[in-house]
Design a protein around this ligand. Structure first.
Ligand code: NAD
Length: 479
């Protein structure tokens, strides 16, 4: 397949970088997906200045103008879903079906926020003082720095860029180094949406140079970050020091509880999807399967059988269910957790083998363990196709195991009991709950985010995105 040449986009122009990097196909290491421009701190600062210069023009643009731009971007993403989905699957390694689905989702997100640009409203209240009117309105924050991870290279940038632009902010977008071609393809579509020069900028490069420059720049008013807990904590400190607005979406170690009254096949299906689809590389993946003793042995036998039958292979092959691990670093991390699990006494049930396919790739069979809640494999985010089953004695025990984690992104339960489903929804210490559904797989028009170490700041997506991408003004007038 052809290698793409991907430039950065500053101030309405395509620019080469200071150096060039490459991205490779994790299903076929001999396939170079892209040669991309890598910016340094200076170039990033130039992009930030362009965004700052353009911000007042865009802040004053009409809602119709913003609607038209975002709607056009959304329509193009959806119209080109097959081609962009193929690029995504090729560069990131999720299966073609998952990648096409992600592309459509990104398009729908732009279309949702096109509508939000038109729906922006405020409040008008009577003052407590006679003859005074009070108006409450939302204004753009200014320049938003967007720092994205590799695992959803179209959808995550979309759910940050779309609300930023809809609410009148200018943007400097830094994709992850493993997926520059996806970031560039999205930028290329945005570049044709007739935004004023500087309103949207793409800067590719390292976290240390480009990411850090965004975080440290006094011209960047807000940072929206999705990535690991470690990076998120550094960003939190740096933005706190200079008083910038910040929103962090980080790791997860999401539980799926299976009660004795659950539909066995449905529970197994939810587990396979949540734990292993997208190669387990989802912050909402369910890696702790907490199973009531009443169904434990039957569930484990069926899950083991179904896990062993999953088809691991090249992301672009139609019958592949589990694509490759994204890179060698992530693969080695996954394998190291298998060792840790065995050393700590977890029982290895199936999988965890590196696999040879026709092309050289990072293929690994999904791994399943019987573990205890204190095992590291059951506590730390692995971000790969590795899941553990933990036995519980009844619902109360299962709930306490589900909440026994520093993370709080998503939690699921499989049950036919309304009483337990309702109690779980109210008492799981997370931002999102699922009943009889996989923990991964969310709608694009409702809030996304978690509690504890998983998230910091206001929610992303849906109407709640306005909290981050706008600032509130209260205006008093003597009538
Ligand atoms: P990462 O933290 O390594 O990188 C994320 C981004 O931050 C990249 O663009 C990277 O270049 C940049 N970065 C790195 N160092 C930086 C620095 N010092 N300053 C500024 N930017 C810097 O994460 P990753 O490996 O790309 O993604 C995997 C992680 O993302 C997992 O932990 C996963 O749970 C998390 N994730 C969370 C969500 C969520 O919504 N909660 C969604 C997807 C992924």
């Amino acid at each position: 397949m052809a290698t793409l040449t991907c430039k950065n986009y500053f101030n309405g122009r395509w620019e080469t970088g200071v150096t060039t990097g490459i991205s490779t196909n994790p299903s076929d290491l001999d396939d170079v997906v892209a040669e991309y421009a890598r910016a340094d701190k200076n170039q990033t600062d130039n992009a930030i200045r362009a965004a700052a210069d353009a911000s007042s023009t865009w802040a004053q643009s009409t809602p119709q103008r913003r609607f038209d731009a975002l709607d056009q971007i959304g329509s193009e993403l959806i119209a080109r879903k097959d081609e962009l989905g193929e690029l995504l699957a090729r560069e990131e390694g999720k299966t073609l079906a998952e990648a096409v689905g992600e592309t459509v989702r990104a398009g729908n997100i732009f279309k949702f926020f096109a509508g939000e640009a038109l729906r922006q409203g405020g409040e008008r209240l009577a003052s407590v003082r006679a003859g005074v009117d009070v108006e409450i309105t939302r204004e753009p924050v200014g320049v938003v720095g967007i720092i994205a991870p590799w695992n959803f290279p179209l959808a995550i940038p979309a759910w940050k860029i779309a609300p930023a632009l809809a609410f009148g902010n200018s943007v400097v977008f830094k994709p992850a180094e493993l997926v520059p071609a996806c970031g560039w393809a999205l930028a290329e579509i945005i570049s044709r949406a007739t935004l004023p020069a500087g309103v949207f900028n793409l800067v590719m490069g390292s976290g240390r140079q480009v990411g850090q420059a965004l975080v440290d720049s006094p011209l960047v008013n807000a940072i929206s970050f999705t990535g690991s807990v470690g990076t998120g904590r550094q960003i939190l400190k740096a933005t706190a020091e200079r008083g910038a607005k910040v929103q962090l979406e980080m790791g997860g170690k999401n539980p799926l509880v299976v009660l004795a009254d659950a539909d066995l096949e449905l529970a197994v299906e939810c587990t396979l999807n949540g734990a292993f689809y997208s190669t387990g590389q989802r912050c909402t993946a369910s890696s702790r399967i907490i199973v009531d003793a009443g169904i434990h042995d039957r569930f484990v036998a069926r899950l083991r059988e179904r896990t062993a039958a999953l088809k691991v292979g090249h992301a672009l092959q139609r019958d592949t269910q589990i694509g490759p691990v994204v890179d060698d670093h992530q693969l080695q991390q996954n394998l190291s957790y298998l060792e840790i699990a065995r050393d700590e006494g977890a029982e290895h049930l199936v999988g965890g083998d590196t696999l040879q396919r026709q092309t050289r790739g990072h293929f690994m069979s999904p791994a399943l363990f019987l573990a205890q809640s204190h095992h590291r494999v059951a506590r730390e985010e692995i971000f790969g196709p590795v899941a553990c089953v933990i036995r519980a004695d009844g619902y109360e025990h299962a709930l306490s195991l589900a909440n026994d984690t520093p993370f709080g992104l998503c939690a699921g339960i499989c049950t036919t009991s309304l009483k337990y489903a309702t109690h779980f929804k109210r008492n799981a210490q997370v931002g999102m709950t699922m009943v009889n559904l996989p923990t991964a797989g969310v709608d694009h028009h409702v809030p996304f985010g978690g509690r504890k170490e998983s998230s910091h700041g206001s929610r992303e997506q849906g109407r709640y995105a306005a909290e981050f991408y706008t600032t509130v003004k209260t205006a008093y007038t003597l009538a």
